[in-house]
Ligand binder design. Structure first.
Ligand SMILES: *Cc1c(COP(=O)(O)O)cnc(C)c1O
Length: 458
């Protein structure tokens, strides 16, 4: 049950079917181009789309807008020390700003960077700095039905084999993403974190944790890793992060704010200084980094709320409930559910659509047509040139939607599956120059341009 009540509301409405059809066409069949007013239940992302608490709003009124030495920055720094255990903070406007600051300092031409799975912006930042991003997921990560507890783990053996080829001197950084966003939001165990830390040490690389969802990950560790059954989420989070030299954080996830990010560093060495200078260049002076004082203040409170047991339990339980509702209705979902999202397997839902015709994107378009639900494709369309499954992510914003909305989403997805055979594939008609960022702005066209055979308006 939710451990809070709503005291502010934001009206939403379901447009008539013809209007949804027109909006989708105008958007070039890419839901990133839709206006939010045209969306009923928006599960595009959990990033910066959640609801702040009254304590966060109250903190915003006290935001210190000083350019240098802002009190609000010190509040954030104190929260990062207490909650995450990193002594030093280089603030950034959001996670990718922090990625630019950190990976721009660490990665150069010809380097290899390992990650359990690179998130899209992470991959793009490594590539933009001339590095080669190599994913090292465990084999069970791609088994949709395996009930292994930590399918987000990093496969150290895969990384070792690559090191044998490229040489340890070309590996400046090893990244562990918790939870593993590109692998269905699956958690990473503390045991695996220790193993990856030892591997990074072995190859003399900086060990970075992408900590965007560190609190959700800690909740899974508490439930699934016997060593931590009696530990608090707060204690687990601190221990897991303690193995890293640095972290990149997007406040838009487990910072429970609408914008913000930082690089956290364990000590004040050369890397800190490099990040600080790069931060000043790209993000802003080192006591605001692209955030207003108000943003910093709300972020400081949000980080502490993220490890509050009733909050994080209900958060993960809501996602799990959506996964079960979809499964009950026969929608093929990745099992078990991740911490922030449920992933539908479009290859199974729309088996007649060949993989090069983007069945994942076809499913995304149908969810919008059918019920005004916005989701995102994280398969061949988002990650061109890979052979990952065509998953569709339904990301749940924090503290925002209720069980009735989740029911609507499950019913909508079930309706799409039911008339799946009528759904056609797509082709890309325009795309940006950087393939890593294709899904944000490419436009598509349905291969069957006949009027969609949909049931009457609901
Ligand atoms: C969201 C995210 C980022 C980037 O953060 P933004 O705030 O969106 O720029 C990086 N890594 C992971 C795992 C993320 O989920």
């Amino acid at each position: 049950m939710r451990s809070y009540k709503a005291t502010m509301v934001d009206p939403i409405r379901l447009l008539p079917r013809e209007d949804r059809e027109a909006a989708l066409r105008d958007a070039g069949f890419n839901v990133f181009n839709l206006d939010s007013a045209d969306v009923f239940v928006d599960l595009l992302t959990d990033s910066g789309t959640g609801t702040m608490s009254n304590a966060q709003w109250a903190a915003m009124f006290r935001g210190d807008e000083a350019y240098a030495g802002s009190e609000s920055f010190h509040e954030l720094e104190a929260a990062v020390r207490d909650v995450m255990g990193f002594e030093h903070v280089v603030p950034a406007h959001q996670g990718r700003g922090a990625e630019n600051v950190l990976y721009g300092s660490l990665v150069s031409e010809g380097d290899v960077v390992f990650n359990n799975a690179h998130f899209d912006t992470t991959r793009a930042h490594i590539a933009a700095n001339g590095g080669d991003p190599v994913d090292c997921p465990v084999p069970e990560a791609t088994d949709m039905d395996s009930d292994a507890p930590f399918k987000g783990n990093f496969d150290v053996e895969t990384a070792r084999e690559v090191v044998d080829d490229v040489g340890a001197e070309n590996v400046p950084v090893v990244v562990l993403t918790i939870t593993n966003n590109s692998m269905a939001g699956q958690p990473v165990s503390v045991a695996n974190t220790r193993e990856v830390a030892a591997f990074a040490d072995e190859v003399d690389a900086t060990f970075v944790i992408d900590a965007c969802r560190f609190a959700e990950n800690a909740h899974f560790v508490q439930r699934r890793e016997p060593e931590f059954a009696d530990a608090s989420v707060a204690a687990i989070a601190r221990e897991q992060l303690s193995y890293a030299d640095a972290c990149v954080m997007s406040g838009k996830k487990d910072g429970l704010v609408n914008v913000g990010g930082f690089v956290g560093l364990a000590d004040r060495g050369d890397l800190y200084e490099q990040c600080r200078q790069r931060g000043i260049l790209f993000e802003g002076f080192s006591t605001y980094g692209g955030m207003s004082g108000r943003d910093l203040a709300a972020f400081a409170v949000g980080l502490r709320e993220a490890v509050d047991p009733p909050y994080v339990e209900e958060r993960v339980a809501q996602v799990q409930a959506l996964c079960e509702a979809l499964d009950d209705r026969g929608v093929p979902v990745y099992q078990p559910a991740g911490g922030h999202a449920v992933y539908v397997n479009a290859n199974e839902a729309l088996p007649h659509i060949p993989r090069d015709q983007y069945p994942g994107q076809a499913f995304v378009c149908e969810l919008y047509r059918e019920g005004g639900v916005r989701a995102v494709e994280l398969g061949r369309f988002a990650f061109p040139g890979t052979d990952r499954a065509d998953l569709v992510r339904l990301a749940v914003p924090r503290r925002t939607y209720g069980p009735d909305h989740m029911e609507h989403v499950a019913d909508t997805a079930a309706a799409v599956c039911e008339r799946g055979e009528e759904v056609s594939g797509y082709e890309v008609v325009s795309e940006p120059s950087m393939p890593e960022l294709r899904h944000f702005s490419a436009e598509l066209r349905p291969l069957d341009e006949a009027t969609p055979k949909s049931p009457p308006s609901q």
